[in-house]
Design a protein around this ligand. Structure first.
Ligand code: CMC
Length: 437
């Protein structure tokens, strides 16, 4: 390889050549703007729907190599973090760039847990939701509503205020999620118990009944902690890009995070874990797998929990989750859906259709099976993705605001509509058949 990190382009329309710099394997799209056919030409743009080959930012948070199946937070392999860290330790790492020392961690945990309480009015609007409201809808609305309780959150350029809102949101999101869960069941809301720590307190707020102090099963609590670590960040996915795009308008972090949660709720993103469970329920038994696979190959269905925009090798998170599943089943008993999932995976991974398209199980393929075994209903699964991902969203939001390259997100378009034409008065537009929906 030469030291000459440049790209030379010849425009065959004009025979002119341009040399543009290459930086870390990318060229700046704006460097193409100088390529013009004449003074009236706007200049060359790139067309990249869905950002298939466009880096929208520089980030030092998460490293992902989809071909090799590598995922690292701040340089640390996900496998090591999942094995050895607590969720809040990983949260500190993502937000601050370094693992905390023992006293930094203790201070950080205290800070987050102190912010787990919500204003009493939250309970009132929680009560306004219909009994079967989807918890993701509730989460989007209640996280957005936090903006009205903390108007100072709009001071996004004040680092102190930013830190405060970050801790507030990380602290409160499990409380909002737990309230949404109990609202559905008609159970009284449980106040957070900071002594329990982040994950066990969440379990307490979900499942405490009449016992004086909730005692979480340690194996299940650790499983949830590992799942939270695996979901904490995943670089520029749909919801994180939403967080950055909305945040780039300088909206406050609560409404911005609400937009990210909305993006996460879609079945192609975080909503996939819920869909996987429905799919496994529909398949019902191993005998029905070949018929189902055929429907997928015929383009009639999608195999939910399979495929990824970036991973074209095994998703490393899915490998860890498979191990966690076995540990959880030791406590809860085996979820029969795991056997259908394993058989489905085996057949899919040996089938030409999936091999050719590099479709492997992703993080969502197994997570729902574990959540169900732990007692969660499928509509809670995406919430369980959103709680830890809040940390990633906030780390990326903070990084975006501190980046001197940041401007309001505003993509270009390639206009494909009508050329200019003259207005036609309504009386001259003729009669057209009405089309009823
Ligand atoms: N089942 C069947 N075929 C699939 C699937 C699937 N799950 N995923 C992709 N394909 C096919 C797709 O039809 C296309 O085939 P062809 O080349 O013949 O047209 C080919 O594979 C490439 O797919 P693509 O849609 O161009 O890939 P993408 O990068 O745009 O989509 C994806 C990525 C995750 C949206 C997609 O794989 C998918 O819809 N998977 C199912 C939903 C899912 O599990 N989502 C969770 C993703 S991981 C966690 C997260 O991000 O939240």
């Amino acid at each position: 390889m030469t030291d000459n990190q440049t790209l030379t382009i010849t425009d065959n329309r004009t025979q002119q050549s341009y040399t543009i710099p290459i930086y870390r394997g990318t060229v700046r799209a704006l460097d193409l703007r100088q390529i013009k056919t004449g003074p009236d030409d706007f200049g060359l743009m790139t067309y990249d729907p869905a950002f298939m080959n466009t880096a929208s930012c520089q980030s030092a948070i998460t490293y992902l190599d989809g071909d090799k199946g590598i995922l690292r937070y701040r340089g640390y392999p996900i496998e090591q973090l999942a094995e050895q860290c607590s969720f809040l330790e990983v949260a500190y790492l993502l937000l601050n760039g370094e693992l905390p020392t023992a006293n930094q961690l203790e201070y950080w945990q205290c800070k987050v847990m102190r912010h787990t309480m919500t204003h009493e009015n939250v309970k009132k609007f929680m009560d306004g939701f219909h009994y079967d409201a989807h918890p993701m809808g509730i989460l989007i609305s209640t996280v957005a509503a936090l903006s009205t309780f903390y108007p100072e959150a709009k001071n996004i350029n004040d680092p102190k205020s930013r830190d405060k809102q970050i801790v507030r949101l990380i602290g409160k999101i499990p409380t909002l999620a737990a309230y949404a869960y109990r609202h559905r069941l008609g159970l009284p809301y449980i106040a957070p118990d900071p002594e329990l720590g982040y994950t066990k307190n969440y379990m307490n707020m979900l499942w405490k009944r009449t016992e004086p102090k909730y005692a979480a099963n340690p194996v299940l609590a650790r499983a949830l902690e590992v799942l939270f670590i695996l979901h904490a960040d995943h670089e520029q996915n749909c919801s994180t890009s939403t967080m950055r795009a909305v945040g780039s308008s300088h909206a406050d972090p609560f409404v911005t995070a609400a937009a990210a949660i909305a993006a996460l709720s879609g079945p192609l993103h975080g909503g996939a874990n819920e869909e996987v469970l429905r799919m496994l329920g529909e398949i019902g038994s191993n005998d029905n797998i070949p018929g189902f696979i055929q429907q997928v190959k015929d383009g009639k269905r999608k195999l939910m929990g399979f495929g990824h925009r970036v991973y074209k090798n095994y998703d490393p998170r899915a490998r860890i989750i498979k191990k966690v599943a076995e540990e959880v089943f030791e406590v809860t008993g085996r979820n029969p859906k795991i056997d259908i999932a394993l058989a489905l995976e085996k057949i899919a991974l040996s089938d030409e259709y999936f091999i050719k398209r590099k479709l492997y199980p992703n993080v969502d393929f197994y997570s729902g099976i574990i959540y169900q075994a732990m007692g969660f209903t499928p509509d809670q699964f995406t919430v369980l993705f959103g709680i830890p991902r809040t940390v990633g969203w906030l780390a990326q939001w903070q990084e975006m605001l501190q980046d001197p390259d940041t401007k309001i997100a505003r993509p270009r378009q390639v206009y494909s509509g009508e050329e200019v034409r003259d207005f036609v008065p309504i009386a001259e537009r003729g009669v057209k058949q009405l089309v009823h929906a």
